[in-house]
Design a protein. Structure first.
Lengths: 154, 147, 310
């Protein structure tokens, strides 16, 4: 079976599992902290049912946006691909293929060449915006803060 | 977490606490949960959320580059001591300990020659002496107070 | 353990740091180093630090502290632990007075191995001792025996490559390193090492110089690809490409598809020179930080001077 594009990407440009884990941990701890905080605020504002969840998603979008901005600024423009492997597990943007002579060739996409030859990873931004347990652990933290404060204050 | 981000987060938390306390007092005062909150409390809460978020994002741990080449390059720039594959070139399991001792003697001589003439003399004598004496001398260097 | 120097940062090949570490041995081991502590607790990290300290002490001739380290390790893990047995053997080798004592060590190893044939640390010590006793053929045979039992040990493959190289068997050494790379495909220093071996082999008179040289260029390229700003990789790349160009092994259109054409080699050489210059400039700014790799830096500067003057 011919190797997939993701396998070839990892062959040419391997990932450091330790660093991937560290980054995911940083992201999920940030999301759980801010989700609890959003829960407290939702309780203070006495939001109910759908409004509360809408507030949570807006707040998460705000935090992810801020995080993404900080990340681009700190990595001097390399973007999310420098820190997150993306939904396809490290597949890079551009073409990677085995030629007829058995040599693996990699071509970066135009947009990454313009930005200074950084490796872009497919769907890495999705890790920043939807990763880190936004829909699981962080959401339960939000509900905890929301109901707790709502019960005490009002 | 830097000082700035701590300060921002703390300020945001103070605002949030104040908003929460105000909301509580408002509820107690009017004894009616259906009554809408005053606008200033709502605005204060929202501002507090934004400020704390900024503080937390700024204070988040630094991300590490996941590309192998960036990570490896950083290790080499730090002198290569953390290279996980260093063992393949050092090969501690196959160490020829007898060949390792002599170069250190030479190195010790070079280090000592910078310190003082007396030490050089001492080092010259030990280089001709046996390993054990050199070892004792090495230990002695560290404990001048006890001598 | 209140060691002022972070023990994990010690680079084994760096003599100065080994010396510094060994000098702290009395402080790390405490006021009464000969008496082993009764506690059997401690993290795995602490014990690996103790092992490093043991090696550094042996290296600097501080046998007394080394004995104390060994006592602690064997107190914790028991004298029958394979790793402790290996360290114990190392200690005996280091303190052996003459050749007869070393032969006795060898007998000891063989006795242990006849009881437990796959005691890997002792097998490795035996190979090292045979090599130290100037019996490289026996060492190679013993090492091949080890690799038959344990073909996934990259360290052993690298040692085998080194042994072959010391015997002038270039192609066998290259094969062994390629085996090691199958186990650790991302090890940039082993890629560079293999490039160096290929470079050396390509200078032998009866060798297929263009193929070996081209393979050497490939491996140096891979080491640079795996490690940003890798000085050793760039150094080798420049040497390998310029030899290919000078000796006329570079064709415009090579018949063998794995051999790079002349234009690519020219580009690679130019790229290597440019990057090496950048690295040397950035590193000589603060010399102190590069204390451990100063010799590498000096060699790189000399290489650059040679190319700018010619």
């Amino acid at each position: 079976m011919a190797p997939t594009k993701q396998e070839l990407s990892l062959l040419i440009n391997p990932l450091v599992p330790e660093a991937v884990q560290h980054n995911n941990r940083v992201l999920s701890s940030l999301h759980s902290l801010t989700a609890f905080l959003l829960g407290l605020s939702a309780g203070i504002l006495a939001l109910q049912s759908a409004t509360g969840f809408a507030f949570y998603f807006l707040g998460t979008v705000l935090v992810s946006g801020l995080f993404h901005l900080a990340l681009i600024q700190r990595s001097s423009g390399a973007g999310a691909g420098a820190f997150f492997p993306g939904s396809n597990g490290g597949e890079i943007e551009g073409s990677v293929a085995i030629g007829k002579d058995g040599v693996v060739r990699m071509d970066l996409v135009e947009s990454s060449k313009k930005r200074g030859g950084f490796v872009l990873r497919k769907g890495a931004w999705r890790d920043v915006w939807f990763g880190g347990g936004v829909l699981s652990e962080a959401l339960s933290g939000f509900v905890l803060g929301w109901t707790g404060v709502g019960g005490v204050l009002r | 977490m830097s000082f700035l981000s701590k300060l921002v987060t703390l300020f945001g938390l103070v605002l949030l606490t104040h908003a929460g306390y105000s909301a509580h007092e408002h509820t107690v005062l009017f004894n009616n949960t259906r009554l809408a909150l005053p606008h200033d409390i709502i605005v204060e809460t929202l501002v507090a959320v934004v400020i704390v978020s900024i503080g937390l994002v700024l204070g988040a741990d630094k991300l590490k580059p996941i590309s192998w080449r960036d990570w490896a390059g950083q290790i080499e720039r730090d002198g290569g001591a953390r290279n996980p594959y260093l063992g393949l070139e050092e090969r501690y399991g196959f160490w020829d300990i007898r060949a390792q001792v002599e170069p250190v003697l030479a190195m010790a001589l070079r280090l000592c020659s910078r310190v003082s003439g007396i030490v050089v003399e001492h080092a010259l004598t030990i280089s001709q002496a046996k390993r054990k004496e050199f070892g004792d001398w090495m230990r002695g260097q560290d404990l001048p107070a006890k001598q | 353990m209140g060691a002022p120097v972070d023990v994990r940062e010690i680079n084994g090949s760096d003599l100065i740091s080994a010396l510094h570490l060994a000098q702290q041995a009395p402080a790390i081991l405490g006021p009464n180093p000969t008496k082993a502590t009764t506690s059997t607790t401690g993290t795995a990290e602490e014990y690996s630090q103790l092992e490093q300290l043991f090696l550094a002490c042996l290296r600097t001739g501080d046998d007394q502290s080394a004995q104390a380290c060994l006592d602690r390790l064997s107190h914790r893990f028991g004298p029958a632990n394979e790793r402790v047995m290996g360290l114990c053997g190392l200690y005996q080798e280091a303190t052996a007075k003459d050749r007869a004592a070393l032969e006795k060590c060898l007998e000891e190893y063989e006795k242990i191995l006849s009881e437990s044939p796959v005691n890997v640390p002792i097998m490795k010590r035996r190979v090292a001792l045979l090599r130290s006793l100037d019996r490289p053929t026996d060492a190679i045979a013993a090492l091949i025996q080890l690799l038959d039992a344990l073909p996934t040990d990259a360290e052993a493959w690298c040692e085998l490559a080194d042994l072959y190289q010391s015997q002038g068997l270039g192609s066998q050494a290259i094969f062994s390193l390629e085996e090691a790379l199958l186990i650790a495909p991302n090890a940039w220093n082993i890629h560079a090492r293999l490039g160096e071996l290929l470079y050396v082999s390509s200078s032998a008179p009866d060798s297929d110089a263009s193929r070996l040289g081209s393979k050497s260029v490939q491996h140096f390229c891979r080491s640079i690809e795996l490690c940003d700003d890798y000085l050793r990789g760039f150094y080798g790349l420049i040497l390998a490409t310029s030899r290919m160009l000078e000796n006329g092994h570079a064709d415009e259109r090579p018949s063998d598809p794995t051999v790079a054409p002349k234009k690519t080699l020219d580009q690679l050489k130019g790229f290597g020179l440019q990057r090496l210059r950048e690295i040397v400039e950035s590193r000589s700014v603060d010399d102190q930080h590069w204390a451990s790799s100063r010799s590498e830096l000096i060699a790189a500067k000399e290489l650059l001077n040679r190319f700018t003057s010619s």
